[in-house]
Design a protein around this ligand. Sequence first.
Ligand SMILES: [Zn+2]
Length: 172
Amino acid sequence: MNLEPTELDHRDMDVPFLRVASRILSASGLDATVWDFRVGQPNVAAVPGPVLHSLEHMLAVYLKERSDSVLNVGVMGCRTGFYIITLGAVDFGKISRLVAQALEAIQAATEVVLANPSECGAAEYHSLAGAQEAARWLLSRRADWAETVRRTLHDQPRSRPKPSVRCPKGDA
Ligand SMILES: [Zn+2]
């Protein structure tokens, strides 16, 4: 059974946010949640590829290190965010805490994990500085991670200007 949460029009999204994209409960007992961690404004500001790639590596490794509930992290093809897949009962409080801890670890990192030719298909296509700048910005907006969903549910007008994640000078 696929339990669909409230549908969200991409034009109404106000990044950053973290929400349930879908939850799957199967007859065999599988309980999986796909989280939408949105960091770039849809149709306005895609995240630069190297920044997205480095964030993907580090979010996946750091989240899985911190919790057995995290199965994997994948990038969205539109380059505006990540799918974080969790198993079992994981609520917003738990996943947002884990993501915040992973972002703090990204800020403290001295290299992008697994960014080498034997473990990555584009080992040069990374930006540690860009990922750290994005992590800093995402943490500074942590109080807003649930806001898009709250606003959509209560149908309040959009108020803030559109933010964006960018590549620092010198990166691809
Ligand atoms: Zn890679």
